[in-house]
Write a protein that binds this ligand. Structure first.
Ligand code: TRP
Length: 453
């Protein structure tokens, strides 16, 4: 976990997959994917999101891991190593450090809601309740500044605590146990959803594309979310890749992480939308969606309270294994580039994320009417700025660098960790050189109104 000579590596290949999948799988899959799918009208959005992941996300993930492994440094330092001297390319690293830090600030707010729900579920708040009563629980929570800030802070303390333990001890150990458990619980919810009266409407909503719903903003949401859900464009996979050894097969690692990530998101959607339709809720109701729907399922189940506690515990853990990776980007920057001690860097950055996140935490209560940024609250603005602009910009820059500027014929074999796959390099290179940058550019320009007269 330290720079230079004795850089820590992942204890095992499985450990890496779990940690990287742990970074990728988080609130993005279970909280954000369903609610933006709801806001963007379902099927067609899901299709574009899947395309963005496969054609843009996957190749960029390989590029980021590749850059990190080659550089064996933090996200900024990697570019200096690759270029042989500190050049302007380091801006990609700085952009990543800033984006992942800003992301952490509001991510902790939502993760805090999940913490709160663990306690609420344990005290029986969701037992035998109607959909309205469960809605009210969410409304009450977000409108209480003290409660929200308390949990946001608790979440950051927990995250910083794990990062203090270092890469191996902290991140890998827990992922191995808790991620599979989360998966099982989602499966249970999925089957439950499929047996409910909303199953058909839910399936149709998610998988029957209606292309008239694809606005420029929906395209940008889908592209931005492809970066968000795979933890791309913010230095995270560069940093995690820097702890990988030279023999690692980047293709199969990236494919596995991506598939796991997609599965969890689809399962979450398939667990949530049947409830939305069965209970007559609004699919486009926004960031509260998972908190307003999942408790409904548990409220009518045997052992519902226990399962609800478990669900929100695991969701909190999934959020934590993601937030750890966000914090790790800036911590490793300060440690590797500025010579800070790891402990100090972690505490200072954790505290700073808390303070910067306060306006986001208060966006649903005290500051609900303060909308200085294009009529948006702090929370909405930070969320949109990171997902729709900073991450795509970061991913675009990585693609342009890896596709056009990185001088290295040696890259050929490194992608496959020695396996013979003659098609891989040309295909990957084509995708990062042309497809990914073009897709980001077109979607951004389209959003800015360039293609509409
Ligand atoms: N991928 C995570 C999720 O879906 C969030 C995340 C972690 C992230 N690290 C990131 C997103 C870096 C963008 C960049 O919840």
């Amino acid at each position: 976990m330290n720079g230079s000579s004795a850089r820590t590596q992942w204890a095992s290949r499985l450990g890496f997959i779990l940690a990287a999948a742990g970074s990728a799988i988080g609130l993005g899959n279970i909280w954000k994917f369903p609610y933006i799918t709801g806001q963007n009208g379902g099927g067609a959005f899901v299709l574009v999101y899947l395309l963005c992941i496969l054609l843009v996300g996957l190749p960029i993930m390989m590029a980021e891991l590749h850059i990190g492994r080659h550089g064996q440094r933090d996200a900024v330092g990697c570019f200096a190593v690759l270029e042989g001297k500190p050049t302007r390319w380091r801006f990609i690293g700085w952009l990543g450090v800033s984006s992942s830090f800003l992301l952490l600030s509001f991510y902790a707010v939502v993760a805090g809601w999940s913490f709160d729900y663990v306690v609420q579920a344990a005290s029986g708040a969701f037992q035998a309740r109607s959909a309205e009563e469960i809605n009210a629980v969410f409304a009450q929570l977000v409108s209480s500044p003290g409660q929200v800030v308390f949990w946001q802070g608790s979440f950051l303390v927990a995250t910083a605590g794990i990062v203090l333990g270092g890469v191996r001890g902290g991140i890998e150990r827990w992922s191995k146990i808790l991620m599979p458990l989360l998966f099982l619980l989602l499966l249970l919810l999925f089957f439950r959803g499929m047996l409910s009266p909303g199953a058909k409407a839910g399936l149709e909503f998610m998988f029957r594309p209606d292309f008239s719903k694809l606005t420029p903003a929906a395209l940008l949401d889908a592209l931005g979310h492809a970066f968000f859900t795979l933890s791309l464009g913010a230095g995270t996979m560069i940093t995690y890749g820097s702890y990988l050894d030279r023999q690692a097969d980047l293709l199969s690692l990236s494919v596995r992480i991506t598939l796991l990530d997609i599965m969890v998101a689809l399962l979450a959607g398939l667990a949530i939308f049947p409830v939305v339709f069965a209970a007559g809720l609004e699919p486009g109701s926004g960031p509260g969606l998972v908190f307003q729907t999942i408790p409904i399922v548990f409220s009518a189940m045997p052992f519902g309270s226990v399962l609800a506690v478990l669900f929100f515990l695991l969701l909190s853990f999934a959020a934590m294994s993601s937030s750890i990776s966000m914090l790790e980007v800036s911590v490793s920057y300060l440690v590797d580039e500025k010579g800070w001690r790891r402990g100090l860097a972690t505490m200072v950055l954790g505290l700073a994320a808390f303070v910067i996140g306060l306006p986001s935490a208060l966006s649903f209560n005290l500051l609900a009417d303060v909308t200085p940024f294009f009529g948006q609250t702090f929370f909405d603005f930070a969320n949109a700025l990171v997902s729709s602009y900073l991450l795509p910009l970061g991913g675009f820059s990585v693609a342009v660098y890896a596709g056009w500027f990185w001088k290295g014929e040696r890259l050929q074999d490194e992608l496959s960790g020695g396996k013979i796959r003659p098609w891989l390099y040309p295909l990957w290179h084509f995708l990062v050189k042309y497809v990914a940058p073009a897709a980001v550019a077109v979607v951004l320009l389209n959003q800015m109104g360039w293609f509409t007269p």
